[in-house]
Design a protein around this ligand. Structure first.
Ligand SMILES: Nc1ncnc2c1ncn2[C@@H]1O[C@H](COP(=O)(O)OP(=O)(O)OP(=O)(O)O)[C@@H](O)[C@H]1O
Length: 303
């Protein structure tokens, strides 16, 4: 296991009766990563996530959270993670604050952390209202605050944008980005909202018919750049010292396309290009077009 891996899933297999719904599922999640889990209905996203939360058991395979095997060192593994799967288990006839305090008491969470998370909900005075009166977005913020009580290193969110209005989605996105920065955690979330995945995730894991699909290059966290220069051939050779040839493409005499997953490689190469007196005319970072990639991976046929 790499030091950077917060989660490793290896060769997970799961049957429902005779039907195999997970087939040798393997992947990892690194520190401070937000990973989107995508795939058509019935692909196996929830089943994988439920195995990772120990809610259901795989027939074979291993899951390690912060290095702890979820079956053999269950308590330690689960203490490093939190999950919001389906709707958060909240008590509707209690207030938001009472919900937080109840769970905090069970988990022996210090008051300072409880107050920090009450603030985090952003619910203000509404924290004293009964949860039954909350909107989806409010319930979700509360659920997330409760999930964070015990300072997890990793959180799993199953379709967190479901039922949220556009403001709620933007709010959730900002919250999750801030969480990764401030709490230094990693997130795995599933979603069907491709636009959202694109804005939220650093990396994507694709699943179809129970099997992980090779992640297209464009989704593996690397960035595509188009550079316009006075001498594209010379620039191509400079990049070739640091990245594989198949990640550099000459487009005409004055442009190259490069795929880079390491920022220092880009800056070192650009420095050398300028040192060689090649004029850099333009540089454009290409946005991920997740919709066309999704079509390319899954086509129109859902198994
Ligand atoms: N308790 C169960 N018993 C039998 N089959 C199940 C059970 N739960 C899920 N399945 C089947 O396992 C397969 C994977 O389902 P899963 O819920 O993991 O997919 P998903 O990718 O999360 O789909 P969705 O995007 O629709 O939520 C589906 O074919 C589903 O019908």
């Amino acid at each position: 296991m790499s030091e950077n891996h917060v989660v490793t899933v290896e060769n997970l297999n799961k049957f429902y009766g005779k039907r195999q719904v997970l087939k040798d599922v393997s992947f990892y999640i690194d520190k401070n990563e937000i990973v989107g889990f995508i795939g058509p209905n019935g692909a196996g996203k929830s089943t994988t996530m439920k195995c990772m939360c120990n809610l259901i058991f795989p027939d074979s395979g291993t899951i390690r959270i912060c290095g702890y095997d979820i079956l053999k060192e269950r308590d330690k593994a689960l203490s490093c993670q939190a999950a919001l799967i389906e709707s958060p288990g909240l008590y509707m006839d209690m207030s938001g604050k009472e919900n937080i305090k109840l769970i905090a008491k069970m988990r022996k969470v210090p008051d300072a952390r409880v107050n920090e998370l009450i603030e985090f909900t952003g619910l203000d005075k509404k924290i004293n209202l009964k949860v039954g009166k909350y909107s989806m977005g409010m319930k979700q913020r509360l659920g997330l605050a409760i999930a964070l009580l015990s300072k997890p290193r990793f959180i799993i969110l199953d379709e967190p944008t479901n039922g949220l209005d556009p403001t709620g989605i933007i709010d959730l996105r900002n919250t999750l980005h801030n969480l990764v920065k401030e709490e230094k955690l990693s997130i795995l979330f599933s979603s069907h909202q491709l636009g959202e995945i694109e804005k939220l995730a650093n990396r994507i894991i694709c699943i179809n018919n129970g099997r992980i699909i090779d992640t297209p290059q464009a989704l593996d966290g690397s960035m595509h750049y188009i550079l316009q220069l006075s001498d594209a051939v010379k620039a191509k050779n400079i990049f070739a010292k640091r990245i594989k040839e198949d990640k550099i493409e000459l487009i005409g005499s004055d442009s190259i396309k490069v795929i880079i997953d390491d920022q220092p490689v880009l800056s070192q190469s650009l420095k050398e290009i300028l040192d060689e007196d090649i004029t850099l005319l333009d540089i454009n970072k290409m946005e991920l077009d997740i919709e066309s990639i999704y079509k390319e991976v899954y086509g129109d046929h859902h198994e």
